[in-house]
Design a binder for this molecule. Structure first.
Ligand SMILES: [Zn+2]
Length: 150
């Protein structure tokens, strides 16, 4: 399993932890980047989180990894995916209407997202996640969380 695949899968784990800690107001992803073992997820949010909240995001993400949960990948129609998960499968920027079949990443009770990239089969394969940096951009109402995996 490549480092980038592990770091990409970690995006979903960190995102799930962000929503667990900050709530549904943080559900909309506005961007994601992976480069080697480094990743950054950006979500729309309405305030600067506290240090404690960011520490809790990191702790929960690593707890989910240690659980070694099985990741489900579903190939399904967009209509069925929306019927099952509603707008949780989407990011802030909409998918083109022309896309009618989706690959859906689903980690039950944690994260669901239409995503056509490669993922690890279990969360344990990711390794340890360390949040290296974060910042809240007040004028854009965006929270950026950067992490490294070991
Ligand atoms: Zn993905």
């Amino acid at each position: 399993m490549s480092l980038e695949t592990r770091a990409h899968t970690a995006l979903h784990i960190v995102k799930g932890a962000i929503v667990k800690v900050l709530g549904e107001d943080a559900k909309w992803s506005a961007g994601a980047n992976v480069n080697g073992g480094h990743g950054r997820i950006t979500v729309q949010y309405n305030r600067k989180p506290t240090e404690d909240e960011v520490n809790e995001i990191e702790r929960l993400a690593n707890e989910k990894i240690k659980e070694n949960a099985v990741i489900e990948i579903h190939e399904m129609s967009r209509v069925d995916a929306e019927a099952r998960w509603g707008d949780w499968i989407y990011d802030l920027f909409p998918l083109p209407e022309s896309i009618t079949e989706l690959q859906v990443f689903h980690l039950p009770d944690w994260n669901v997202n239409a995503c056509n990239k490669l993922h690890t089969e279990t969360t344990g394969e990711i390794g340890k996640v360390s949040i290296s940096k974060w910042r809240f951009r007040k004028n854009k109402q965006l929270l950026e969380v950067s992490y490294d995996i070991e």
